[in-house]
Design a protein around this ligand. Structure first.
Ligand code: ATP
Ligand code: ZN
Length: 297
């Protein structure tokens, strides 16, 4: 393979992961010019390009070295790692990305008795994830027949092509609509940044490290809030005790008011009205909760 001086990231062309993946990359300072065939997007600022493909193709493209990284569901990545394809085992999850959350679950017809995995003995299970399902069946010592389907797995029991299913579930609405009941979770999934275990040793490796640092910043601040407030020195202890988790707050003097302090605290999650009201009762005032846009530690 010819050495490349630009990083290439594979992501889903159109589907659930497309928008959030693009938004995440934008937040990392990466913008793209879309080419006419819409398969390849040239990166404008940084030397990072995009390949837009079906999500199922992403792990293979990384394993073959066509792309350096990919944004793909853990379900798709792990299914690929479970196959005997060349290079499949050497792929890894560099970062969980916090969107596209779902789970791979066993679901059975509402009226079927199910108490434990052994109840699946002798059954036909329809799935698009045969490697993950087979791995789980083996670990549970269940002897069932795996029926691999490319799509519409949820209607297999009604069609009589399988007895139960193993499919992705998010809200559970699809299961209810098909009179199915979720009984076991095989995998908790979300979109991940996937790549080879060993980073390239050329400039692309440096670029990946830079990208990972930016990603960490974006992921960390996505849920962070900056809390600003004023408090008297006497109330400081009581106020500090009520602050939501995070690093030590910063204290600043308030000009002309020697007994007052301005407090600045980075909070790991949302700060609720109730929390604010409690902190106010403890003696704080002039309180602000601000979203954090960027952070570089
Ligand atoms: P294509 O193969 O054309 O790229 P797809 O139909 O396989 O698309 P989507 O339905 O867009 O893919 O799902 C992409 C990913 O979104 C899944 O692999 C999974 O990780 C995640 N996902 C989140 N919730 C769900 C859900 N309810 N059903 C299916 N996938 C979900
Ligand atoms: Zn797909």
């Amino acid at each position: 393979m010819k050495p490349r001086d630009r990083l290439r990231i594979a992501m889903q062309k159109s589907g659930r992961l497309t928008e959030p993946a693009l938004e995440l990359l934008n937040r990392c300072g990466l913008t793209f010019r879309q080419s006419r065939d819409k398969l390849f997007c040239f990166g404008e600022g940084e030397p990072v390009d995009l390949l837009l493909v079906r999500d199922d193709d992403i792990p293979g493209l990384i394993a073959q070295g066509v792309c350096d990284l990919g944004i793909v569901g853990r379900n798709v990545l792990n299914e690929f790692k479970g196959t005997a394809t060349d290079g499949a085992a050497a792929l890894t999850e560099w970062r969980p990305l916090g969107f596209g959350r779902c789970r791979l679950s066993i679901a059975v017809p509402q009226e079927m008795n199910y108490a434990q995995p052994h109840d699946l003995n002798g059954m036909r299970i329809a799935t698009s994830y045969p490697a993950l399902l087979n791995g789980w069946l083996k670990a549970q010592e269940v002897d069932a027949a795996v029926v691999t389907l490319a799509g519409s797995v949820e209607i297999a029991p009604k069609l009589g092509t399988a007895d139960v299913i193993c499919d992705l579930v998010q809200s559970g609405g699809t299961l209810v609509a098909n009179q199915l009941r979720e009984t076991e979770v095989l995998l908790q999934s979300e979109a991940v940044l996937a790549g080879p275990e060993a980073l390239p040793t050329d400039e692309r490796g440096d670029m990946i490290e830079l990208l990972l640092k930016r990603l960490d910043g974006v992921i960390q601040v996505r849920e962070s809030r900056l809390l600003l407030l004023q408090t008297s020195r006497t109330s400081l202890d009581a106020v500090t005790r009520l602050l939501p988790g995070g690093p030590q707050p910063t204290l600043l003097p308030v000009a002309g008011q020697p007994d007052q302090l301005m407090l600045q605290a980075l909070c790991a999650g949302e700060v609720s009205w109730r929390q604010l009201e409690e902190i106010k009762k403890a003696g704080a005032r002039e309180m602000f909760v601000l979203p954090v846009e960027k952070m570089l530690a």
